[in-house]
Design a protein around this ligand. Structure first.
Ligand code: AMP
Length: 281
């Protein structure tokens, strides 16, 4: 497995592969890899001749210096895992390589980046879009793989590709969960044992949404879901929304056939967890 620290060296390698007619699958990550990330890499490996993975903790998508500082970093273990599953190249740039000058670009994604995560994490998706665009410009992938765990991010990336007219296919991948249902996340390692136990209640409550929908009204589903999670001593719901799976606009009429997604953010002590379930998909 090759590792690259500069954009120019990686692009040169990619161009060489492309001139040999090889396709490139790309998995952008912030490291602290788990089976959720590896599922993306495996899918990319199946679909493409070569897989490139990036590991970069992107400072401009964090909302507080503390969250950035506490983000887990496990580069040696990450590289071992990637080599073990047949990743071809890893891009591990430092901050200066990605941001030699201050970033001023401001994207307008309409309401897509104003709701849910965008409402509670101002500027977060602008930081995500900037780094993903730079990574795409560097890796020149044929396909890029994103987890549905970060559902709103996936829709932002789809909007970015449309807006910038990029020649990359975005491949959504299902959320990988722990045995008790908790969505895998690099942030889970920061949970205390008690918070970790209770965190399984998030998916339990979300699964129940599919039982309640569409017979129960959205306001009643919201009430039940929030109180079910808030009943856990260490969990506190920040938001819970049921929105159209494509537009992320609130569902106005529950016909029972609409493609919807129920999205949630929950605080477990200092750790913020997000999850979602698809309805009718
Ligand atoms: P991150 O390192 O958290 O920025 O995530 C990198 C990619 O992995 C993103 O596309 C995430 O949506 C995806 N991802 C993270 N956790 C999971 C999971 N549990 N299942 C599937 N994909 C995931």
């Amino acid at each position: 497995m090759k590792t690259f620290e500069t954009r120019s060296a990686l692009t040169a390698w990619v161009n060489q592969q492309k001139s040999d007619g090889k396709s490139i699958g790309f998995v952008p990550t912030m490291g602290a890899l788990h089976q959720g990330h590896l599922a993306l890499v495996k899918k990319a490996r199946n679909d493409n001749d070569h897989v490139v993975c990036s590991i970069f903790v992107n400072p401009i998508q964090f909302n507080t210096p503390e969250d950035l500082q506490k983000y887990p970093r496990t580069l040696t273990a990450d590289l071992e895992m990637l080599a073990g599953i047949g990743c071809d190249a890893v891009f591990c740039p430092d901050e200066k390589e990605m941001y030699p000058t201050e970033e001023t670009k401001v994207y307008d994604f309409g309401h897509l980046d104003k709701v849910m995560e965008g409402r509670y994490r101002q500027g977060h998706f602008n930081g995500v879009a900037i780094v993903v665009k730079k990574l795409f410009d560097t890796v020149l992938p044929d396909r890029a793989y994103f987890g549905q765990k970060d559902y709103q991010q996936l829709q932002i990336i789809n909007a970015l590709v449309k807006k910038e007219n990029l020649a990359v296919e975005i491949v959504p991948c299902p959320t990988i969960r722990e045995a008790d249902g908790l969505a895998m996340s690099s942030r889970n390692t920061r949970l205390t044992p008690e918070q970790r136990r209770e965190a399984a209640n998030i998916f339990k409550a979300l699964k129940n949404v599919n039982n309640l929908y569409p017979k129960t009204s959205i306001s009643e589903i919201k009430k039940q879901t929030v109180s079910q999670i808030d009943a856990s001593k260490h969990l506190e719901v920040e938001y819970f929304e049921i929105v159209d799976a494509d537009t992320l606009l609130p569902i106005e009429k529950q016909t029972g056939n609409e493609k919807a997604v129920a999205c949630i953010a929950v605080h477990a002590g200092q750790v913020r967890l997000i999850d979602n379930v698809l309805i009718n998909s």
